[in-house]
Design a binder for this molecule. Structure first.
Ligand SMILES: [Zn+2]
Length: 242
């Protein structure tokens, strides 16, 4: 009687454990609203979002006059070229504007994919170096790899935020793992000179592609503990700037 009682009381717990394990197994691919699961492995599709475009120039370097929208498109094309063996999709491949919510909708058409949104930063003139933003638990490993890879390519960093968990439209709203990378500060003269150098952009793109490749090969291995799941609503235009 006592044993039966124990089994009955334990049964829901056992089922819950089995269900959560099953969810984790299924979780490596396919769309998922929250993303409360380990990062993806064995994915074959990479969606690359060149930030800004058309009427939206993004940041403009006061040092080189280069526009963020042109540099992000150039980087997106270089990352694509470095990702041989993957199916790569550019959300834009020329200079035109796409609303952020439309970028999310385009990304959500794909299941077994990751999304990388490419940007350049702007801020106080002394701050420099790459930054990486993520929100979903399933994006932490890839974000960690991307920040490490860009940091390794960058010759200097100063007071930047590094890896940041922040709820943005392109980190919270897509239903696939998604990371927003800032490839350096156009407001900094050193970073601006790097951004203007095609050889540096190529090197950075190669590092970024390698990080994506590693994530697909070994998943989150070596990227530290997963962050806690947070059930936050989708990000709206009024929440924060991107
Ligand atoms: Zn931007």
């Amino acid at each position: 009687m006592r044993l039966t009682f124990k089994l009955i009381t334990c049964f829901p717990i056992i089922v819950a454990l089995m269900t959560s394990c099953a969810t984790d197994t299924l979780s490596s691919s396919g769309r998922d609203y929250w993303g409360h699961r380990p990062g993806p492995k064995n994915f074959k599709t990479v969606i690359i979002d060149a930030g800004h475009g058309g009427k939206d120039s993004g940041a403009i370097s006061p040092h080189t006059c280069q526009k963020e929208k042109d540099l992000t498109l150039d980087m997106a094309k270089r990352i694509k070229a470095e990702l041989g063996g993957f199916k790569t999709i550019l959300l834009r491949d020329h200079d035109h504007f796409i609303e952020l919510d439309d970028r999310v909708a385009l990304a959500n058409k794909r299941g077994d994919a990751v999304l990388i949104s490419v940007h350049f930063n702007s801020g106080p003139s002394q701050v420099r170096g790459p930054e990486t933003y993520f929100w979903r638990v399933d994006s932490h490993g890839l974000a960690t790899r991307l920040q490490r890879a860009m940091s390794a390519a960058s010759p200097a960093e100063e007071n930047n935020r590094g890896l940041v968990r922040r709820r943005l439209r392109l980190t919270r709203n897509p239903e696939i793992p998604c990371v927003l990378i800032e490839c350096g500060y156009l407001s900094n003269s050193g970073d601006s000179r790097l951004a203007a150098d095609p050889a540096y952009r190529q090197k950075l793109a190669a590092h970024i592609a390698k990080a994506i490749r590693t994530q697909s090969s070994i998943g989150d291995s070596g990227t530290g503990p997963l962050p806690r799941p947070i059930n936050s609503p989708p990000s709206r235009p009024t929440d924060a700037k991107e």
